[in-house]
Write a protein that binds this ligand. Structure first.
Ligand code: ADP
Ligand code: MG
Length: 370
């Protein structure tokens, strides 16, 4: 949709240009003037995010402006139907969209979300001390529970990465940014493989598979697990070719015997480096066998053999010592929110690029893509 259709907007917001809350597709829509914007906390491809105060209740919320004009494949956040879907997702580990607020113009739609103090990428980039094994386990457990909820509700997130994982002041991890999410309960539409920020992008997407599944989220979860363990991005490719090379360097060269259907993928004919070994043991010498087995199960080439979220949650890693740390005991760094605010506002290079364009820009971008 290039311009919002006034009829469908009317049906979701229940209003056309006047500022009283109305009964609508979403229930009652508030107006954005009900909120006082305090500061910008994020700005990416799909929207600006503000910390804001609800003038009626004094509650602090996050306000994300949705760019209605942006055309996406699959399930764009700009799709009015999907904003509605987002509002129905309710889980401790999925950021809560409280309501939808509308601005003065037809295309001004804001998600009113619970506010989370920190995002995981800012924590990773600014805190020197790596997470302890019990902290990593706590974070992974929360991440997987959030993913399980999404997959149970027919939603593939498609852009799981640290900057889309938020932490609130009680150490509760929240999956955010459903800007690329897609509901696989809807009639199927052609999908583009150019989703998921490069570092977290599953091999089937890199090799051009158009029929991908919830397994793309599980690959991203594996990359996140590796990043938490290493305290550095696991596969920080700058362009797609390098991304493939990094994966091969870590896991060996993919072929039909280990990945059924590989030879049919559009990009499988490209010349790949010969690498016969799985290097997870060399790259992660100090983690337990169970931790390595979970990592390897998530970072499995064949999406059909890759661990599902339920298999991951049942993995022995979560049942061996140490026990996951209690979320409320996770280290907090409230000062980091400010560093991140400055980065988002002052350094446009840190913004995530649109899917499909990201490979060109990250070559110039020394810092983490958001
Ligand atoms: P995009 O990446 O499309 O710009 P996000 O939803 O990821 O959109 O938001 C961008 C950034 O804004 C996040 O990385 C995070 O730092 C911040 N942010 C998003 N939602 C919230 C929230 N509910 N509470 C606090 N900060 C948030
Ligand atoms: Mg984001």
């Amino acid at each position: 949709m290039s311009k919002p259709d006034p009829n469908s907007l009317l049906s979701i917001t229940g209003r056309m240009g006047h500022l009283t809350p109305q009964k609508s597709f979403f229930g009652t829509s508030r107006v954005v003037d009900d909120f006082e914007k305090l500061n910008k906390v994020g700005e990416g491809t799909y929207g600006v995010v503000y910390r804001a105060k609800d003038k009626k209740t004094n509650e602090i919320v996050a306000l994300k402006r949705i760019r209605m004009e942006r055309e996406n494949d699959g399930l764009p956040i700009s799709s009015l139907r999907e904003i509605k879907l987002l509002k129905t997702l309710r889980h401790d580990n999925v950021v809560l969209v409280k309501e939808v607020a509308v601005g003065n113009d037809l295309d001004q739609i804001f998600l009113v979300m619970e506010y989370c103090e920190q995002d995981m990428a800012a924590l990773m980039d600014n805190v020197k001390k790596p997470y302890t094994p019990a902290e990593v386990k706590c974070l992974m457990l929360q991440l997987l529970k959030g993913i399980e909820y999404c997959h149970d509700h027919f939603v593939i997130h498609r852009d799981l990465k640290l900057s889309n994982l938020l932490l609130n002041s009680q150490g509760i991890l929240k999956i955010a940014d459903f800007g690329l999410a897609r509901s696989f309960g809807l009639p199927s539409r052609p999908m583009t493989p150019k989703v998921v920020t490069l570092w977290y992008r599953a091999p089937e997407l890199l090799f051009g598979d158009l029929n991908y599944t919830t397994a793309v989220d599980m690959w991203s979860a594996g990359c996140i697990f590796g990043e938490l363990l290493k305290h550095a991005p696991l596969l920080p490719g700058k362009v797609e070719k390098q991304q493939v090379d990094l994966i091969i360097d870590l896991l060996g060269t993919p072929h039909e015997k280990i990945w059924q259907g590989f030879n049919k993928l559009p990009m499988s004919t490209i010349k790949l480096p010969e690498q016969r070994f799985n290097n997870l043991k060399n790259k992660f010498p100090h983690i337990t066998d169970a931790a390595r087995s979970l990592l390897s199960g998530l970072l499995t080439y064949d999406p059909k053999k890759r661990l599902s979220v339920k298999q991951a949650l049942a993995h022995p890693y979560f049942f061996e010592l140490p026990h996951p740390k209690h979320a409320s005991l996770l280290p907090t760094h409230p000062e980091i929110r400010n560093i991140q605010t400055t980065r988002h506002e002052d350094n446009p290079k840190l913004k995530r690029q649109p899917p499909g364009d990201d490979t060109e820009s990250i070559g110039n971008n020394k810092k983490r893509m958001r």
